[in-house]
Design a protein around this ligand. Structure first.
Ligand code: SF4
Length: 305
């Protein structure tokens, strides 16, 4: 795609979306070059931090780390966000805009560090700038797989422009009920939007995994399912949807690491968010996984209470 000019063309098409932003299902339709939408992010890359990360799933972290680039701000406002200092504090990053060349240099440094991939964390609202940076980095020798690590609230129209650009999709599938997405993450249509986005990701890379000789993932889809207390995540329903509408062979990362971060303890009407997932809730999630999923790549966190 670099040699044919297709990668630069995709960057141009994505950058054009900044003029009337519909990069995510919020569809703010503002000009990001002069105005700020719900994600409070301008049309230049704003990177919060970056570096090799051993805390991702083993097929991504491998032995030398996943090359994470944490993008500042977010298009969701999750009450329990565990990265609120990065995602929910737009004022903190207002002056930290960087250039595409800066981000390209970061990608190349992550490759020089030996990272197995370049992992864009929360890329949805900044993806045009990231693809522009990728064209520069690829021109300077970047060959690592690119991971699109999102909250799942992505616009299929923008994702279609990433076909062939992204090697590994790792979206969340946060909720199965729209009212929960509205109360906990501030958007009215999370399940429908995330399902449409994941369907597009699946169309691009399928359920099969391509694995490198060192055992790390080179190409594929891994859907993250964070189990929430009181079944707020709708895990059973989401896993059933994934199996019936897309494929039971899609790899899932089932996670029990929920902790009451950010505003979780102050949210009226959701007392379950003040605690961790109970052993019984975790067992129910495991049963749902066994019923609906048969991928040999599916990953399950160890329950620690
Ligand atoms: S990416 Fe930001 S400005 Fe664009 S539609 Fe989403 S929230 Fe609005």
């Amino acid at each position: 795609m670099l040699a044919t000019g297709e990668l630069a063309y995709r960057a141009e098409r994505l950058e054009a979306l900044y003029a009337c932003c519909e990069l995510c299902p919020r569809k703010c339709r503002i000009d990001r070059r002069s105005d700020l939408g719900a994600c409070r992010t301008p049309a230049v890359p704003v990177v919060a931090s970056w570096g090799p990360h051993m805390g991702e799933e083993p097929p991504l972290s491998g032995s030398r780390g996943s090359g994470t680039i944490f993008l500042a701000n977010c298009n969701l406002t999750c009450a329990y966000c565990q990265n609120a200092d990065v995602s929910q504090s737009p004022g903190a990053w207002a002056g930290d805009a960087t250039t595409a060349m800066d981000v390209a240099r970061i990608m190349l440094e992550l490759q020089a560090c030996g990272c197995h991939n370049v992992n864009w964390v929360s890329p949805t609202h900044q993806v045009p700038a990231l693809v522009r940076a990728l064209t520069l980095a690829a021109g300077d020798g970047l060959v690592l797989p690119v991971v699109y690590n999102s909250n799942g609230y992505d616009a299929p129209e923008a994702l279609r422009l990433l076909d062939g650009v992204i090697d590994i999709y790792m979206p969340d599938l946060k909720y199965a009920a729209a009212r929960t997405g509205s109360a906990l993450s501030g958007v009215p249509d999370y399940p429908a939007a995330a399902r449409a986005a994941i369907a597009e990701m699946f169309r691009q890379v399928g359920a099969a995994w391509e694995i490198a000789p060192d055992g790390t993932l080179r190409r594929g889809l891994l859907v993250r399912q964070l189990v929430l207390p009181d079944e707020l995540s709708g895990t059973s329903e989401s896993l059933l949807w994934l199996a019936e509408e897309l494929s039971p062979d899609i790899a899932v990362s089932l996670m029990c690491q929920y902790r009451p971060h950010h505003r979780a303890t102050q949210l009226a009407g959701y007392p379950g968010l003040r605690r961790t997932v109970s052993r019984d809730e975790w067992k129910a999630a495991l049963s749902a996984l066994a019923r609906s999923n048969r991928s040999r790549h599916t990953l399950v966190q160890q329950y620690r209470g």
